[in-house]
Design a protein around this ligand. Structure first.
Ligand SMILES: [Zn+2]
Length: 415
């Protein structure tokens, strides 16, 4: 149906409407026909709309152009404005037509229900691994994570600086903060506690003695930080820390230049994966005769009763038992005293009991001791009083069990 007048659209629409009405009338008797009729009605509307768009829109644009041109002739000053306006109208119209003709389906805005309170709590992230859990505890300054009562609203207080996960490109210096331990710092920087120990001789000597404000070196990767000494070669360093020469030479942080990978005294090298041998602190022990009958049972008892303030780990091969100064220390097993006195290697006042069966026990940071070297002691006998001497940050008993000179985890031997 071609309609030469601009009202063609309207007549087309009317015709469509009539047809729908007709269809509805015939469908009254038969529900099947009703459905058929409705479908036909829809088709009619679509057809009419299509015809209207085909015929009227081009006419409208032609009319618009002519009008603009005519107005331009009459009011020259308005022409730029009108031209711009018609251009805008044309662009919008074309966009509308494109939308109408393309079978664009608008996405239905599905009504999404707001999460219920239990769901909100369930959404709160719970750490998946024990390492994550540890990191979370550390991030909370040593406190276990508190559930957020208003999870979606409040932010968890984290007084620490956020350390990004991306690899660090160089050695950095970290300033010790309140509550830091070697293990906590290592966890925050994603390195092994031994890496922190080995890069910082002061920390290695006394891992319990971190001072607030102390600056410690953190390597970007696990390994040993070695200062090149006179006569050192890559080979000798590699052998010392049990790695391949290749590991040191190719480590990007060392900036060694091929082909000779020259090193000079004073240079600091990262030895990736390197290990420092553990050197236990040794005290000059009693070498006299073993007293008659001074032999341990092999069954240990607690030297004091207190909370374990630091457990056994690589950098601390002992347990620390927090007790007030002056608490009686009992021999963990029978034996003889092989050392009783002051040490300059961090133990402060120390008593060592040799159990004459391969085992020896160390009682450190004492305020007083009541035994002398060579004296036989019985299991449970009071031998000393706890204190805070030597490299100690608070009153506690530092207790070691050594077997043939090698420090053991005391928890494995205590009831
Ligand atoms: Zn200790």
């Amino acid at each position: 149906m071609y309609n030469p007048t601009p009202t063609g659209g309207i007549s087309g629409r009317v015709a469509g409407g009539k047809r729908i009405k007709l269809a509805l009338d015939t469908a009254k008797e038969d529900p099947l026909a009703l459905r058929d009729g409705a479908a036909r009605g829809k088709t009619a509307i679509r057809e009419a709309l299509g015809r209207w768009l085909e015929t009227t829109l081009p006419r409208f644009f032609a009319w618009l152009a002519v009008t603009v041109w005519r107005w331009g002739g009459d009011w020259r000053g308005l022409r730029p404005f009108l031209t711009r306006t018609s251009a805008h109208v044309a662009v919008i119209a074309v966009a509308c037509v494109a939308l109408a003709l393309s079978s664009v389906r608008w996405p239905a805005l599905a009504a999404r229900p707001l999460p219920s309170v239990p769901e909100i709590f369930a959404q709160q992230t719970t750490p998946e691994t024990s390492e994550d859990a540890l990191a979370e505890v550390l991030a909370n300054n040593g406190q276990p994570p508190q559930p957020d009562s208003w999870g979606p609203v409040t932010r968890r207080v984290d007084p620490h600086t956020i350390i990004p996960d991306r690899p660090r490109l160089d050695v950095i210096t970290y300033t010790v903060q309140l509550g830091d331990t070697v293990q906590a710092i290592a966890a925050r920087f994603g390195v092994d506690p031994t890496t922190v120990l080995w890069a910082n001789p002061a920390v290695e000597d006394a891992p319990d003695l971190l001072r607030i404000g102390q600056e410690i070196i953190i390597l970007p990767i696990d390994g040993v930080y070695h200062t090149v000494a006179e006569g050192d070669t890559l080979e000798s360093i590699a052998e010392k820390y049990k790695v391949d020469v290749e590991e040191i030479a190719s480590c990007e942080y060392n900036h060694l230049e091929p082909p000779d990978f020259a090193i000079e005294p004073g240079m600091k090298l990262i030895v990736p994966g390197g290990e420092k041998p553990w050197v236990p602190r040794v005290v000059t022990s009693y070498t006299g005769p073993i007293p008659e009958g001074a032999r341990g049972t092999g069954l240990f008892q607690w030297p004091v009763l207190g909370y374990i303030t630091q457990g056994y780990w690589y950098g601390h091969r002992a347990i620390d038992l927090g007790v007030p100064v002056g608490t009686a220390v009992r021999a963990a097993d029978g034996g003889f005293v092989s050392f009783a006195g002051w040490t300059d290697i961090g133990y402060g006042y120390l008593v060592v009991i040799d159990h004459a069966n391969g085992f020896a026990t160390y009682y450190a940071h004492l305020s007083n001791f009541y035994v002398t070297a060579g004296q036989a002691v019985e299991r449970g006998q009071v031998i000393a009083a706890t204190g805070n001497t030597g490299w100690s940050t608070g009153p506690h008993l530092h207790f070691e069990i050594r077997y043939n000179g090698v420090q053991q985890n005391p928890r494995a031997y205590l009831p």
